[in-house]
Design a protein around this ligand. Sequence first.
Ligand SMILES: Cc1cc2nc3c(=O)[nH]c(=O)nc-3n(C[C@H](O)[C@H](O)[C@H](O)COP(=O)(O)OP(=O)(O)OC[C@H]3O[C@@H](n4cnc5c(N)ncnc54)[C@H](O)[C@@H]3O)c2cc1C
Length: 503
Amino acid sequence: MNRVSRRWLLRAGLLLLAGFAAFVARPLFRLGTVAWHDRDTRTPPADGGWDDASRMNETPLAEIVAVSDEVTARAALARARERGLGVAIAGARQSMGGQALLRDGMALDTAALSEMSHDDDQGILRVGAGARWAEVLAFLDRRGRSPALMQPYNDFSVGGSLAANCHGPMAGRPPIAASVVGLSVMLADGKVVRCDRQTEGELFSLVLGGYGLLGLILEADLRTVPNRLLDPTSELLSPADLAEALADEAGDDGVELRLARISVAPDSFLTEGLLTSYRAVDGTPPPLGAETWPSLRRWVFRAGTGDDYGRYLRWQLEGRVAPLLSLGGISRNQVLNVSATVVEDRHGPTTDILHGYFVPADQLALFLQRTELIVRDVGVALLDLELHAVAADDDSYLRYADRSLLALTMRFRQRRLPGEEYRMREATRGLIDAARDLGGRYQLPYRLHASRRQFNMAYPQGRRFFKRKRHYDPDGLFRNTFLHAYSADWSDRQTRREGGRRG
Ligand SMILES: Cc1cc2nc3c(=O)[nH]c(=O)nc-3n(C[C@H](O)[C@H](O)[C@H](O)COP(=O)(O)OP(=O)(O)OC[C@H]3O[C@@H](n4cnc5c(N)ncnc54)[C@H](O)[C@@H]3O)c2cc1C
């Protein structure tokens, strides 16, 4: 090679290197800056009080009681009756509207209700209601099993998930209630009732999705399925195509799980979606391990909570780069073993607020157009939008999935100030109306920003639900902020008046 061509090659090499450095320098610098500034500046609630995942609900409590079995639970309820206290039941307190809280009431901490056993012949897990899904996954993994239905996150308690009747990424399956074989519920008088679809069927359906208002779930029998080895494939799709793919019936092409999200990046805002389908393949799943790259996942996510470039970068990394790095062959349990708190806002003055909506699949594109208008008009910061397909729920009383629907979970960033709270309420009410116009509704575990009219329209069975509560809990021992917000019969004032008359 002569000197001229060698110099030319060197120059071309240097140019390529400089180009590559420029290409990766900006993203690396951005992720490095996010990591550098990522400090936890949250302040805990005052002594004797609790908050929930919203960090907008600091609530003073009269007493916090940890229950670990039937005996301690019964004693706690007796003590609450003696002291004239209402009782709110708490799992992992990842709800956001005080569903697990009652001002000046007794809080039941259920974390120690966490015993588990598995019937290998029947494929049924018996689990204490306070167990977190991380514990359940670890327990089932050792037996080659996996929960039939759950959310795609492992931080929640089993009891909280049942009482909210959560939905998850199990392709085209109903909410979690469908996987419940039976429940043990402690009623307000301390009596324990075993209920299932045949025995005490009404109580069974009221408790599932009943937000802790009928009684304390002590333990549940849940169906399990084999923990399969899954092969992920990702594709970028328009919202209409994404909706169609999600709504596809389960199992027809071996897909077990489907995770989907819609872009919030400036150049593809709500017009592009990412669908990851996990198909079962032959092979032995590796044992459950820790979540992969939690810090990197956090920095990429939090980079997308700032400016337009951060949002663009996150979508490129999550939508285009990450699928290329996926090496295939992941266990079902591993996909589900993800902590929702990894990406949470840990900055004192701001917080992440979640919303949940349901729309028919063929209305998704229209709902996203309405969402874009509302988000821009009201001026709220949409950080994330995840989607699941849910099939009709035949089991819970306060059901949201009266037929197959798409479930949208949105995450917004909010400053913890009254003005921002007002804006968030406006946005929520607008989105609820938009979902309703398109034949959908909203989900209940988040902020209590829906008006009572909106609640009654979305859940027409709500009035009867609150009436049936009186049958199982005549004195209203089990109470929380959600009850007071949406039931005229059980409003705070009404309950106090009745308490006064009894006293
Ligand atoms: C980041 C994030 C992601 C989410 N993703 C999803 C999702 O994909 N799908 C979905 O459906 N939901 C989702 N949710 C909502 C979540 O499923 C519910 O908030 C769930 O209730 C949280 O469980 P928990 O243990 O924290 O319950 P808590 O917040 O502690 O309690 C929720 C309700 O359950 C009642 N409860 C708790 N334990 C019992 C018991 N033993 N007996 C009777 N009642 C009880 C409480 O009184 C309360 O009313 C998400 C929430 C967050 C914060």
